[in-house]
Design a protein around this ligand. Structure first.
Ligand code: B12
Length: 429
């Protein structure tokens, strides 16, 4: 691994540096992008939940910066990573990969992360975690986590110039060629996009394994998910897909993809309020900046512009306006063993997130609508309903639907409409 770019002092020293000409988007669109950056900066100061490495990565890949926030978040990430390892807490391979990329994007050496005298090597930990994923695929045909994370692991190790065995790359290639990137029967564009970045990195590293066919196959699948309005998959996979297609533009035939249209669709999504979740924001910022995760090790931290204005001092939350009450039909269904099915009509203020509907149903009928959630980078996910718990071992989850259409957001973000029929359906993936 090249050590010359790792400089533990670079970010704090640069707090004083400013510059006026930063960025890739035209001025009018830059303000829209800056509003996203502020969503992420705000989330660092709100101290809700654990620090988010994907947010740090996006802040670092942006061309406008609020450097004091980045310094703070980096410190929080180092502390959390060291504590997780020290206390043996849950640390999935993909999360380790994101932490590694976040450190590298700040020109800090991920092989030497220290906090209060304790030291960890994130790259070594990632190699061990990826080995476990591969062993699990050997035993069960599925990774311990999922192929999105396995792809992120390979991408990160490749970026860090760390050793990756040929067997591992071959397993990723086999997964691509055997169309393993599906949930239900749907191809996961997000997973394909991260795999395309990983395979591109491996090709640029000049490995002897034949990767080209697999990369072309995955790009073809991504291209086939482009819709008329420029989305690739859905609104939340488009940012990653733009990265994948951009870094592989030499393999995309002219006329197959209109980059400007896809970027324009993301910008209108921001204006519609669809990226208020900092994790969702973090996944589109790199592509709006004309960058990709492959740029992480090309960043010159000495050239950062600390030019993003952000009112850190104002801590008062924005005033909340309660909408008129709406009625939502909430259904819970065991779609696997058909052990139960139940429904209730509940009333919540208009504009409330779906979780308010679940809470209202539980408050009204505690014996029929109990549930529990798990917090992760995306916010709360619904894990248990009426004692029936999602299990990654059995590959079951509580799928969320409006009528028969799967939601593209979770219970913390989705805002049901008047008269909507919402289903939580215990399903396989
Ligand atoms: C794999 C995956 C799943 C798997 C996760 C289980 C597993 N063991 O693999 C399954 C199939 C269960 C799943 C379910 C859902 N998912 Co999903 N998922 C992903 C994917 C491809 C990778 C996640 C990951 O591993 N990230 C890396 C690790 C390091 O981050 P992490 O936060 O620790 O990962 C965990 C969470 O992401 C969690 N998770 C996965 N999906 C979702 C969705 C929400 C809303 C929440 C809160 C958590 C969550 O599972 C991960 C593994 O434990 C992402 C793609 C992406 N762009 O991020 C979509 C993605 C996050 N999922 C999405 C959605 C919409 C859902 C569902 C709401 C779909 C539905 N209609 O039911 C449900 C969640 C329902 C619930 N009960 O709350 C959207 C979220 C968009 C948004 N704005 O909120 C994404 C971005 C895909 C997309 N482009 O639409 N998902």
């Amino acid at each position: 691994m090249t050590m010359s770019r790792w400089n533990p002092m670079s970010l704090p020293l640069l707090l004083v540096l400013t510059s006026l000409s930063c960025g890739y988007l035209p001025e009018s669109e830059r303000e829209t992008l800056n509003s996203l950056l502020r969503v992420m900066v705000q989330s660092v100061h709100s101290s809700e939940g654990p620090p988010n490495p994907s947010v740090h990565l996006a802040l670092r890949l942006a061309s406008s910066h609020h450097l004091p926030t980045e310094v703070l978040l980096l410190q929080q990430l180092k502390m959390t990573a060291v504590e997780k390892v020290k206390h043996g807490e849950d640390f999935s391979s993909g999360l380790v990969a994101l932490y590694t990329l976040a450190m590298a994007a700040s020109c800090h050496n991920p092989t030497d992360v220290s906090y209060k005298g304790e030291r960890i090597d994130l790259v070594e930990i990632l190699q061990q975690k990826l080995t476990k994923e591969i062993e699990h695929i050997g035993k069960t045909t599925f990774p311990l986590s999922n192929y999105y994370q396995v792809s992120l692991d390979v991408l990160t190790l490749c970026m860090m110039d760390a050793e990756i065995s040929q067997d591992i790359v071959q397993i990723l290639i086999d997964a691509v060629m055997n169309d393993k990137f599906t949930y239900g029967s749907e191809f996961s564009v997000d997973t394909g996009a991260v795999a395309a970045l990983a395979l591109r990195c491996m090709i640029d590293r000049k490995t002897t394994i034949h990767i080209s066919n697999a990369l072309n196959h995955i790009l073809e699948q991504i291209l086939s998910r482009i819709t008329d309005d420029g989305l690739i998959g859905n609104l939340y996979s488009t940012g990653l897909a733009i990265q994948a297609l951009s870094v592989n533009s030499d393999r995309v035939a002219p006329g197959r993809w209109n980059r400007t249209k896809s970027v324009g669709r993301l910008l209108s999504g921001i204006l519609e309020g669809s990226f208020a979740n900092p994790q969702a924001a973090s996944q589109i910022v790199p592509s709006l900046e004309g960058r990709s995760y492959l740029d992480v090790t090309r960043l010159n931290c000495a050239e950062d512009c600390s030019n993003l204005t952000f009112p850190v001092s104002s801590t008062s939350p924005p005033p909340t306006t309660q909408g008129l009450p709406i009625t939502v039909e909430y259904n819970i269904v065991d779609g696997l063993t058909h052990s139960f099915s139940d429904a209730a009509s509940v009333s919540v203020p208009g504009g409330s997130p779906l979780i308010r509907v679940l809470e209202r149903a539980r408050d009204l009928y505690p014996d029929r609508f109990s549930f529990s959630i798990t917090q992760n980078l995306w916010g709360p996910s619904l894990t248990t309903v009426q004692g029936l718990t999602a299990s990654s071992q059995n590959r079951t989850y509580w799928q969320l639907l409006s009528g028969s259409k799967p939601l593209d957001q979770g219970i913390g973000d989705y805002k049901p409409k008047e008269g909507e029929q919402i289903f939580a359906k215990y399903s396989h993936y």
